[in-house]
Design a protein around this ligand. Structure first.
Ligand code: SAM
Length: 279
């Protein structure tokens, strides 16, 4: 974990003992409500591993709250030193305050507040990526977090959130990414802009659909692939499905109507990435 970029003004260390402290209230608001995250451009990620991931990947950290256990932990101390050198405010707090901030009975002993980062469609470069994943109105934070983690593991380029999606910076989503949020680029697009983007995509635009005519194991995937996944309840919108060729299907044998969105994304993504992945 090293200091990157120029030399921002060093931050400070503050001890907070009161639940009524404005910073405690601010962090509670970021955990509880999307409105606060959107207005401030900040979000909360729990745990030392995520703090280390964020700092290593050069994300801007605003606050790093350390509970009593973290104050004797050399890795937490190192993270706090780096965060402070980059201008963050390090907060020394009790377990009860960490618990109140994160609304958890057994809170992690390090809680960070970071600046959000998303891309516009025009920022997406396809030169290095073999596949990007587009999610049509994903609603479930656990699904989104799991997909971000899977995109990271499979070595895909990133995730495009199309239309009205769940917040990638919600605390439940961030938890489910297990740190991959800090390594996977995320873009946001409205449906019209996405359709235009898909029409100009240089490779294959592959839709996943329960009525897809093509077995997902059969196409010769022409890279870069844009893999488009549907909403949990409604599947792919008709216009979006029409922009995809082929529409692939993952065969099913039992009584389940469909696969879970994150599972279907993993299965399709690993097939597309198969030629690039070795042990
Ligand atoms: N009731 C929805 C429908 O009719 O499409 C089910 C949606 S499913 C839970 C969510 C998404 O996962 C789908 O839109 C599709 O992208 C993907 N998916 C799930 N099972 C699939 C399968 N067997 N083949 C292809 N895609 C699948």
């Amino acid at each position: 974990m090293s200091q990157t970029g120029g030399s921002p003004r060093a931050g400070t260390v503050k001890q907070i003992t009161s639940h009524a402290n404005p910073v405690v209230k601010e962090i509670k608001g970021l955990v509880a409500q999307r409105k606060h995250r959107t207005q401030s451009g900040l979000f909360v990620a729990e745990g030392l591993k995520l703090a280390t991931d964020a700092l290593d990947a050069g994300w801007t950290v605003r606050y790093l709250a350390l509970g009593p256990d973290a104050r004797d932990n050399p890795k937490a101390q190192q993270a706090a030193a780096v965060a402070k050198a980059r201008g963050a405010v390090v907060l020394e707090v009790s377990t009860a305050i960490l618990s109140a901030m994160t609304r958890k009975d057994n809170p992690q002993t390090v809680v960070g507040v970071y600046a959000q980062k998303t891309l516009a469609l025009s920022d997406i470069g396809t030169a290095d990526a073999t596949v990007w994943v587009a999610l049509d109105r994903v609603r479930d934070p656990g699904n989104l977090g799991t997909i971000i983690r899977t995109v990271d593991a499979a070595g895909a380029g990133g995730v495009i959130l199309v239309g009205d999606c769940t917040d990638p910076f919600a605390v439940e989503t961030v938890r489910a990414t297990m740190g991959s949020l800090f390594h996977v680029p995320i873009a946001k697009a409205n449906p019209e802009a996405f359709l235009d983007f898909a029409r100009n995509w240089p490779g294959m635009v592959v839709g996943t659909h329960l009525e897809g005519a093509v077995d997902y194991r059969t196409p010769d995937y022409r890279e870069p692939v844009l893999l488009v996944m549907g909403n949990e309840q409604q599947g792919l919108g008709a216009e979006t499905a029409a922009a995809c060729e082929p529409l692939i299907r993952i065969p099913q044998a039992g009584q389940a109507d469909s696969l879970n969105l994150a599972v279907a994304t993993g299965v399709a993504l690993y097939e597309i990435r198969r030629p690039h992945l070795t042990l």
